[in-house]
Design a protein around this ligand. Sequence first.
Ligand SMILES: [Zn+2]
Length: 374
Amino acid sequence: MQFQDVIGQHTIKQRLIQSFAEDRIPHAQLLVGPPGNGKLALALAFAQYINCPNKQNDDSCGVCSSCRKYAKLIHPDLHFTIPVIKTGSIDKPTSSDYMSKWRPYYLENPYPQYEKWMQLIADENKQGAIYVDEARDLIRKLNQKSYEAEYKVSIVWLPELMNITCANKILKILEEPPEKTIFILVSEAENKLLSTIRSRCQFIRVPKIADEDMQQALFDLPDTGSVNYGTIARLARGNYFLALEMIRNDEVRKFNFNQFALMMRNGYGRKLTEILSWSEEIATIGRVRQMGFLKYCGEFLRENFIFNLKEPELVYMDDHENEFSVKFSPFINERNVISLFRDFEQAYTDVSMNGNAKLIFTDLGFKVSKLIRL
Ligand SMILES: [Zn+2]
């Protein structure tokens, strides 16, 4: 990862490069900021930079042996600590046990998301953690002399997930690491970090990605067709991971929006025949998509209720939705909003429990036609 591959964040890049130029690299830094803003990518780009023998003023060379190993995350002096889980076969898990999964995941997703990582390594809804065995493993590795790099770098992704025993065990080496060893902790929840950890690190706050940088990054993506970059950049609120998800889901969002609009028009016009045939249509799209649609409806109703408050910064809508909501939002009010939420939630539960979709959507369509005129 080079700095040029990290979206925006010019000030932070400058600050990191400056610390190297002035020979003032802190032995422990804590990059803190919201998800999807490129903190981890910055940590890696910095580690690659300080170890590159051919570095330029503003970036690593990207082609030397060190850079190439960094690009594949296989440099022997780069140590990753990541949240992992216990399984039947691994009862004392460390990051090393998960490197064969982490490397391809990270290389595909340089803006990783904790939930996705968990889905990849756990079958169910498990919580990841950094366990005490990790500390032992890390202390042992960092106390060996470096293989080839000038700096050994230990990157800890989501240190807030360290359990207390692990955190306590790591304090000493964090405070006084071996020579030419640096820690970069990358956190999304500084209030969940132990104060003993926090106090040993130099803080760098990494803000969300600026809208114009995000827009440029999305524009540079191949094959995104008719995507409205401006809208997505605005809706993603500085989270690149979310922006990519939205691009992937753009078609689904359009479908959900169109169905919602149709449902509301049929309801308002009390078009009973249309409500029936619409229910038959929706009944054919399959349970997962039906659940996605109902979830979308709940969120969109919420947005329309908020729309009435005339506080645009609270509203997450694309241009089509926005245009629709100018006329539609006055129909969502204190008299019907709670009942509407409840009916959509009930429909969601019924669909998720494999109820008869045609009946569920017909019933919902009729309820909407009553409530929407209140
Ligand atoms: Zn290089």
